[in-house]
Every structure is written in C-alpha cells, then in structure tokens.
Design a protein around this ligand. Structure first.
Ligand code: 5AD
Ligand code: SF4
Length: 482
C-alpha cells in the first residue's frame, strides 16, 4: 500500500496512450517482482475467455500485458491472478460466469491473496456489475470492453490498496495501438479491423456493450499483419462485428474490398479469413475481391438469423429471404466451391411454424457446410425483449428439427473433396490419435493425417482419403505410393 506515494508522483505519470500504460506496466512489474520474491516462485495468471473470436483476441492482448508485468500463464484457475473475459450475447453465457465465480470463491478462501478480475461484454451491463458488487464481493477488478488496454493501470490501483476497482466506459473513440500481445498460436492470429456495431438487430445486445463502429486505419492493420508474418504467422482472421462496413468512418474512407486487396499483397502471408459479414453490406466489389485474391480462404460465414422475410424485418436485418438467396447465388457464381456457414436463431418473438418453415427452406436451398443454431435468448434493453415470446416447448421442438436438418446436410456437403489432394494448414497434434496431426483446409474443414510436431504451422499437401462427415482422414502426399 505504501507504494502509492512512493511511485505515484502524479507529475511523472504520462497522460498519453500507450505511454501511460507502459508506465503502469513498469510500476506493476516491480510490485509483482517483489511479491514473487516473497513467495519464492513466479506469480501465475489464468484468463478464461467466454464468447466469440473478438473476445479471444482481446484475451491475447490481456495476456500480453500480464506477461509483460511478470505473470506466468497457467491453465489452472488456482492462480495468483484470474481474469474472466465475459460474454453476454445469450443468457447462458452470463449464467456460466456466475457459476464459475461461486467456484472461485472457494479457491480464494484457501488462497486469500489471489486477485480476481472480470472484463468484457457482460461488464458493460449495469445490472451485471450491480450483481457482482452485491453477491460476489471477492472480485477485485471490474472493467469493460472499451478499456482493456488499461489492465496494468487498474491492477496498479488494486495493488495500491483500492478495495474493488471498477472502471467501465460507456463508449469510446479511442483505439490504443502498440501494446504487447501474447498469441495463442504461433502460426495464426486474429487481427481486429474494426470494433463495435451500428446495426441494432432487434434481438442483439452487442451494439449496447461494444459501442459504435470504429475502424482501425488500414496502415495500422497492414503494419500489424507484416509484423505477425515476420514472426511466423501464415494465416490471419480479420475480425469485426460487421467487417463489410469497414472503413466507412475513417478520415480517408476505404472499403473492406480495398483492404482485402492490400492485405493479399503481403508477402509471406498465406491465408486470409474474415468474420463476420452482414449480408446487407456484402457488396459486388467484395465478391470480386474474394474471387481475385488467391489468399482469401474458400469460406464465408454469412449469418442468416431467419429465413422468413417477415421475421427478418422485425429483427431489423434489412434484407429479405430473396435478397439473401440471390446474394448466395452471386457468391457461388464467383467462387463456385466456397464453403458457406451461418448463424440461425430459433424462436425469435412471434416466430410461427410458417416462418420456421421458411428458415428450413433456406437451409435446404443453401446447403451450408455448417450452421451455428441458437435458441433466442431475451436480452434486457433490446427491442425484441418487449415482444411476445414463443413458448419454450415449441422453440425446443423447432430447434431439434433445425439441428437435425443442418447436420444431415452438413454431413452430405462436407465430404465433397474426398479423393482429392488439398492444402492443409497443420494446427496441432491430434488429441485422439497418436502419431497424427490435425489441420484445416482453406474452406475450414478439419483434416487428420499421420504426422508429428515438426509440421505444425506448415501447409502440407494431403490426400483426403475418407470423409467422416465433418472431417477427413488423409495422408500426406509425400508418403503416398507412386
Ligand atoms: N439470442 C440468441 N442468439 C443470439 N445471437 C445474437 N443475439 C442473440 C440472442 N439474443 C446470435 C446471432 C449472432 C450470433 C453471434 O449470436 O445468431 O449471429
Ligand atoms: Fe448483433 Fe446484428 Fe451487430 Fe451482429 S450485426 S453484432 S447480430 S446487432
């Protein structure tokens, strides 16, 4: 506690970012070092990430800061610093966090100087923060989605003696560049191109917790990717809630298609993925860029949400069933073997059996490689929360029928490359079969084949011997006879 006066000479604290955080990282590093010397071992940290790829990327940034400060990553939640990066897109994500917090309390009783922090989307909701304050007083630090770059400063305040440090921002225009990042995989990485969402689909809480759209400057994105490639990355996933509206709010507007073409030129980069595309903003220019750019993967995630034009209107999706199907046709015409995946919500308020049949109809026509299917979850504060809800048994029944259809089709389409040689980016050792590795095709389908750790991160030609529905068993081409 005495450190507050010792090191916190206000005049010395930079006001600009990222210098300010660099300053706090140095301060906390000294405190962590002292604690670690007292304990005679390094201090450990554990980040538990809930939700989407954006959160996964945020967690890499948070880990980058923690490692810079001197923490060593641990898989166990019995760590000196435990951080939950939360999600609130559906209620079950929130319930999981409350459940885990109860469990952490029992660990903290045995390990009282452990620090617990919460951040991410759920913390942008006032009701969640109130609940944590009231019922989970063992939490030490709470912050949101807009200020994850401030972790070192918040940790400093905690170590300097504040009881529960809470720092939630309503929104921000600020994008802080150049802080440390610790990647999970050496050979692939997410790259944020934009933050936030302006769409306000009527069921969705994301615009409320992630704020308005902000795009990073193309030069910052390109520089980051170049650095990643120099560090061994061959595949990147461009991340944004709605990548198709990238660049509209920049001082010098740039389209997503233009950005893709620039990234495609980066030497040493092999594969480009992106997520998520909103059908209403997927331009002809983008389809042409996908066709022209050889590094852009043969996969498009195109959330449908519902196949009923009536429901889509109430969802505020701003396309009809016909618009969506026509878009799929245009994409397939340009890139015939593209794998399409989607998100579908079942049981949106007012959904009738006829509406649901329209969704099944789109699923049968598009024949997705895979689909994430969700039961509608009421999000307080969104327009759909106030609408008349569909009874639970009906939703459950529709969900089961949709899942069966999706799985049947996916089993049929995923095997279409069996008997051919394809490029596989090897990701890891196979956890089910000794002497095998696991990788992905450009269309994202998983392949297992004989290999060892030396091929991880490499792109290998593999003969796809057998389709098992959702994955292939293969053989590296060098090992084949003849
Ligand atoms: N209930 C169920 N699913 C939802 N999603 C977003 N909000 C909700 C909700 N309230 C789904 C959408 C989106 C995906 C990330 O989560 O399908 O595309
Ligand atoms: Fe949510 Fe719609 Fe924005 Fe996607 S586009 S994050 S579903 S509001």
């Amino acid at each position: 506690m005495e450190q507050k006066t010792e090191v916190m000479g206000e005049a010395a604290v930079p006001t600009q970012e990222p210098e300010r955080q660099m300053y706090f990282m140095e301060q906390v590093k000294a405190l962590v070092k002292r604690r670690s010397e007292e304990k005679g071992r390094p201090l450990t940290c554990c980040i538990n990430t809930f939700g989407c790829q954006m959160n996964a990327r945020d967690s890499e940034k948070l880990l980058g800061i923690l490692e810079q400060i001197g923490y060593v990553e641990s898989d166990s939640e019995d760590a000196d610093f435990v951080l939950y990066n939360t999600c609130t897109v559906r209620d079950n994500a929130n319930q999981k966090v409350y459940g885990r917090l109860g469990y952490l309390q029992t660990i903290k009783r045995k390990h009282p100087d452990m620090l617990i922090a919460l951040c991410g989307c759920m913390m942008q909701e006032a009701t969640a923060v109130e609940k944590v304050k009231k019922s989970y007083s063992h939490v030490d630090i709470i912050f949101g989605t807009h200020n994850i770059f401030k972790l070192a400063e918040l940790l400093y305040r905690k170590l300097a003696g504040e009881k529960m440090v809470i720092d939630i921002w309503e929104g921000t225009d600020e994008i802080v560049e150049d802080l440390p990042i610790e990647r999970k995989y050496p050979f692939k990485s997410g790259v944020n191109i934009m933050f936030g969402c302006n769409n306000f689909c009527s069921y969705c809480i994301v615009p409320y917790v992630r704020g308005r759209e902000r795009s990073r400057k193309p030069e910052d994105i390109i520089a980051e990717i170049r650095r990643l490639v120099a560090d061994g990355v061959v595949e990147i996933m461009l991340l944004g809630q709605n990548v198709n509206s990238y660049g509209k709010n920049l001082e010098h507007p740039v389209t997503f298609a233009q950005l893709l073409r620039q990234i495609n030129e980066i030497e040493g980069l092999e594969r480009i993925r992106f997520m998520t595309s909103h059908p209403k903003d997927l331009s002809k220019e983008l389809i042409q860029a996908m066709k022209d750019c050889e590094k852009v993967c043969n996969h498009l995630h195109l959330p449908l949400q519902s196949g009923s034009s009536r429901v889509l209107k109430v969802m505020n999706r701003r396309y009809t069933k016909e618009d969506y199907l026509a878009l799929v046709d245009r994409i397939r015409e340009a890139v015939p073997d593209i794998a399409l995946t989607t998100d579908i919500i079942v049981g949106f308020p007012g959904e009738t059996e006829e509406d649901f049949q329209e969704t099944l109809d789109v699923v049968r026509r598009v024949r997705y490689d895979s689909a994430f299917t969700f039961i509608y979850s009421i999000r307080t504060g969104t327009p759909a929360a106030a609408m008349e809800q569909v009874p639970e048994e009906i939703v459950k029944d529709r969900f089961d029928r949709l899942l069966a259809e999706v799985q049947k089709i996916s089993g049929e389409v995923c095997g279409r490359d069996a008997g051919t040689v394809q490029k596989v980016l090897v990701e890891c050792l196979d956890d089910h079969k000794e002497g095998y590795v696991t990788g992905r095709l450009t269309n994202n389908t998983v392949v297992h084949f004989p290999g060892d750790a030396s091929v991880i991160g490499k792109i290998v030609d593999v003969y796809l011997e057998e389709s098992k529905g959702f994955y292939y068993m293969g053989k590296p081409v060098e090992n084949m006879e003849g």
